[in-house]
Design a protein around this ligand. Structure first.
Ligand code: AHM
Ligand code: MG
Length: 341
């Protein structure tokens, strides 16, 4: 049974006492994000009764039609975070440019990036969705005015990252660089309660997650790996695989955080100019850090995601993450193909 007395607040205070790496502003930031996620969770739960389902009459910067909940979740996160004095600016999948904290509020040291409602295609069909967030420190020698280039830091420089999954339970999964902790929302108490203080991903797996309908568009090394998985005990990997695809990265990653597996959204030929579907700064980076902190691996099929130097806020990337040995295998297949080995 979980120890019901450890709330998110207590966890953060105790982490600060032991490890000294959660300064006051960062703790406030994480509590505010968690509070915003609670509000989003309530909206998600109301569904049609709250009038939150369906499409808004707008598109985001990626040219994707926005859902009402995408916009609402974005507003909840901005309103909750802009007045507390802990942030300098925010960036979101749903906003073309950065949102600098208005002059009427004090500015803090941190930058917050988020995908307010990930897995939007699942909203109206009542399947799990989530919020993903990443926290960076303002670069040293900071500028008087915050600019987009302040955000363009490689993922290894994140100071906190997490996601909140709105599923049968609402769970917040968080890292500040000292392992991964999971909190479950207790709706009666209205608080997130620690339910796993050390999530670990097994190095091996028999479960993969990929949108198989894109198979004909993949590169050869990607097809090779999936062909080998499908060949099961008869093939070179010598084991039978299971497949899952929720089409909500948060839900797919959470399954991997819980029982292992490999998640892949590779580059494909549908739109060759795009390096992938998922966004580096507020989807791939936070997930990659969480996965690494839990003992897994995360690459863009060739390079560690956390080492990629971002060139723009909404940059896309291929994503291969999860159980370490399997991620290394897929990455090695790509590198071998590149060198003609
Ligand atoms: P979104 O941020 O617009 O919701 O898109 C990201 C989602 C991921 O959660 C998920 O892994 C992927 O897109 C699903 O893509 P597809 O519909 O191609 O399977
Ligand atoms: Mg998303």
């Amino acid at each position: 049974m979980p120890n019901r007395s450890i709330s998110l607040t207590r966890y953060l205070v105790e982490q600060q006492r032991v490890n000294q790496h959660i300064p006051g502003q960062l703790r406030l930031l994480l509590e505010v994000v968690a509070r915003a996620c609670k509000r989003i969770s309530l909206c998600v739960n109301k569904g049609a009764l709250g009038g939150v389902l369906g499409t808004a009459s707008s598109e985001n910067v990626q040219g994707e039609v926005q859902k009402k909940l995408d916009i609402l979740a974005n507003e909840v996160l901005i309103e909750a975070n802009e007045w507390g004095g802990h942030l300098a600016a925010m960036a979101s999948e749903e906003m073309e440019t950065i949102h600098v904290v208005p002059n009427r509020y004090p500015r803090g040291e941190y930058l917050l990036l988020f995908d307010p409602l990930d897995g939007s295609s699942n909203i109206d069909v009542n399947v799990s969705i989530g919020t993903i967030f990443s926290v960076l420190h303002m670069p040293e020698g900071g500028h008087n005015t915050v600019q987009e280039r302040d955000f363009l830091q490689p993922g290894r420089q994140q100071v906190a990252a997490g996601y909140c999954l709105y599923g049968p339970q609402t769970t917040l999964v968080l890292t500040v660089g000292d392992g991964v902790a999971m909190f479950t929302l207790d709706r009666e108490q209205g608080s997130f309660i620690l339910t796993d203080n050390n999530m670990r991903i097994p190095a091996d797996t028999r479960e993969f997650a990929i949108n198989m309908s894109n198979m004909r568009h993949w590169q050869t090394p990607m097809r090779r790996y999936i062909d080998e998985c499908l060949a099961g005990t008869q093939g070179p990997l010598g084991k039978d695989y299971n497949m899952r695809w929720v089409a909500s990265m948060v839900a797919d990653v959470h399954r991997i955080m819980t029982r292992g597996g490999i998640f892949m959204y590779p580059w494909d030929r549908r739109d060759p100019a795009k390096p992938g579907k998922l966004r580096l700064m507020y989807e791939a980076n936070p997930m990659a850090w969480l996965i690494e902190q839990a003992g897994g691996g995360a690459t863009n099929a060739r390079q560690r995601i956390l080492d990629v130097q971002p060139a723009s806020l909404h940059e896309r990337t291929s994503v291969i993450l999860g159980s370490k040995n399997e991620v290394e295998r897929v990455t090695a297949y790509h590198l071998q193909a590149d060198t003609g080995a």
